[in-house]
Design a binder for this molecule. Structure first.
Ligand code: PEP
Ligand code: MG
Length: 562
């Protein structure tokens, strides 16, 4: 629930964590919270049960009809998701189970909840794609319960004109129907820059600010100016100021749209600007952007739904699809990063009290290397006869010895070895690690999580899991320095590389490549093209010596003359 609800006076400015840059002006719409009444001790008298069942059927039919109408107005994947959810609201099994409970005296809202939980349990046991329907089923149930109680429909209302969506946080189901033409910015009270909301907003290129204290006070209909680059939300802004901010944003957007690469600063320092992908389709989409290659292929995301390890031949086919999207270009594959927030059923990681600090990433292979060996065989098979030879890196490396062990396996197969720098110990030991591998790639999402000792999935800790934290910048600078000492490339492939302002700071810290979501590539390339290497170095020095992320952003902006 949103806390500290207090209406905010006109002209006030709220400041949160910037997640996706861009400027938007419009009225607030609010995602309503779900209602869960406590009806545990209520029994519907026998004489009223038929009416209760009738009200339940009517509520479910209304919800289904509403979703069908939205499906008809949406396109593509969003339309399919909404149509599938409408069908779920009319599912006979679910309706009958709830009606049966109503027949024994359970109030309709409680019966709907019990029926959906029963089906959720069954779907979870079946696993795979069916288990993924659980969120949708609960979403339908929430809508039916709200309808029964006469409460506002939970989730995102469909605005009549372009609006700014304000919520506690957004569920994956909420984002399915999001139309960037109507939802022109997102503001959340919770969630970090690497949260689900931020990742979806980045994909859709919707300006987004997360972890905004006081967001609860933004009431529906209030006009606000959102700046996803600075994290500022101005309430009822001065019209002249708003017009100037929108015009400046249009200029930046036009420069990004015109940027075609190659990546370099205004004075010609080359910086590779690459894309992060998770499968062949993503790689083909990235190839349509100015991204010069792939800087991070998250291979584990291809196999999240698998019970059993895919064969070497099947894996080779998947990897080949990605390599084929970028013929003759650089592609960096990351070996399976299983565990913690990305469990792979076939990886056999143990149950642990603290999985983020447990056996994940390369640590699984260090216990038993069969899965890694077979994956490297598959990569070598996919790469046969290809130039340049793909680069292969390991996640969650903590020591030079681990890097050496991994590099041996990669070199045996004629591939180019590297490691991700995600653990502070690896950043501190980067010079030693570079004795064994040919490149480093800094995973700022995990490096921030481990440096700040703050779970990257925790909405409560968003202000800590901010890659602008000066100690994180310090470790990035130290890693980049190791690259200069060993004359080997050091890139960044975490979400930090998608922030155009931070990208300039990272270049100033000495990184040689940036890899970001394909949608962010042009904005990053255009930002670098507008500044000199010296500007970047000044911004890096100023940001690294700030006391907090907000101070670092302000200092970097000032140094770059933004
Ligand atoms: C990172 O940690 O920054 C990274 C790129 O890896 P992932 O987000 O997949 O953990
Ligand atoms: Mg990581």
């Amino acid at each position: 629930m949103i806390r500290n609800k207090q209406v905010i006076p006109d002209g006030d400015v709220l400041v949160g964590t910037p997640a996706v840059p861009g400027v938007a002006l419009g009225p607030v719409i609010r995602a309503a919270a779900r209602v869960r009444p406590d009806m545990s001790d209520r029994t519907v008298p026998e004489s009223e049960r038929a009416g209760e069942a009738e009200a339940f059927r009517a509520a479910a039919a209304t919800v289904a009809a509403r979703l069908r109408a939205r499906a008809a107005n949406a396109t593509g994947a969003a339309s399919e998701v909404l149509a599938a959810n409408a069908a779920l609201a009319a599912d006979r099994g679910w309706l009958a189970t709830a009606e049966q409970a109503i027949g024994t005296g359970t109030p309709a809202p409680a019966a709907a909840i019990a029926a959906s939980e029963r089906f959720a349990g069954m779907l979870t046991k079946l696993g795979g794609v069916l288990a993924e329907r659980v969120t949708d089923l609960r979403d339908i149930c929430d809508r039916v319960v709200a309808e029964l109680l006469g409460a506002p429909e939970p989730g995102i209302p469909v605005p009549e004109r372009p609006s700014i969506l304000v919520a506690d946080d957004l569920a994956p189901a909420d984002t399915a129907g999001l139309d960037p033409a109507l939802v022109i910015a997102i503001v959340t009270a919770l969630g970090g820059p690497t949260s689900h909301t931020a990742i979806i907003a980045r994909q859709l290129n919707i300006p987004c600010v997360v972890a905004v204290p006081g967001a609860a006070g933004l009431t529906a209909g209030t006009e606000v100016l959102v700046d996803g680059g600075t994290g500022e939300i101005r309430v009822a802004p001065d019209p002249e100021r708003a017009a100037a901010a929108l015009a400046a944003h249009r200029d930046t957007a036009a420069r990004s749209a015109a940027w075609t690469g190659p990546g370099r600063t205004a004075d010609g320092r080359p910086i590779e600007v690459l894309a992060n992908v998770q499968d062949g389709a993503g790689a083909r989409a990235a190839a349509a952007t100015p991204a010069a290659g792939i800087g991070l292929f998250r291979t584990e995301l291809c196999f999240l739904d698998r019970e059993a390890e895919p064969s070497v031949a099947e894996q080779a086919g998947v990897y080949r699809e990605v390599l084929d999207a970028y013929p003759g270009r650089k592609v960096v594959l990351r070996t399976l990063d299983a565990g913690s927030d990305k469990p792979l059923r076939f990886a056999g990681h143990p149950d642990e009290a603290n999985p983020a600090l447990g056996v994940r990433g390369l640590r699984i292979a260090l216990r038993e290397s069969g899965i890694l060996d077979r994956q490297l065989d598959a990569i070598a098979e996919a790469a046969r006869g290809r130039t340049p030879v793909p680069w292969v890196m390991a996640p969650m490396v903590a020591t030079p010895a681990e890097a050496e062990w991994f590099a041996g396996k990669v070199r045996e197969r004629g591939l180019v070895p590297g490691v991700m720098i995600e653990v502070p110990s690896a950043a501190l030991a980067a010079t030693a690690i570079l004795r064994h591998v040919d490149f480093l790639s800094i995973g700022t999402n995990d490096l921030t999580q481990y440096t700040m000792a703050a779970d990257r999935m925790s909405a409560e800790l968003a202000a800590l899991t901010d890659p602008w934290q000066p100690p994180v910048l310090g470790l990035i600078g130290r890693t980049a320095l190791a690259g200069r000492v060993r004359e080997k490339p050091v890139g960044v492939c975490g979400e930090a590389a998608a922030d155009p302002l931070l990208a300039c700071v990272l270049v100033g810290l000495g990184v040689t490549s940036l890899s970001a979501a394909a949608g962010a590539v042009a904005a990053v390339g255009a930002a670098l093209a507008g500044v000199t290497a010296k500007d970047c170095e000044r911004a890096a020095a100023a940001a690294s010596t700030a006391e907090d992320p907000q101070g670092a952003r302000t200092a970097a902006r000032a140094a770059l003359g933004y």
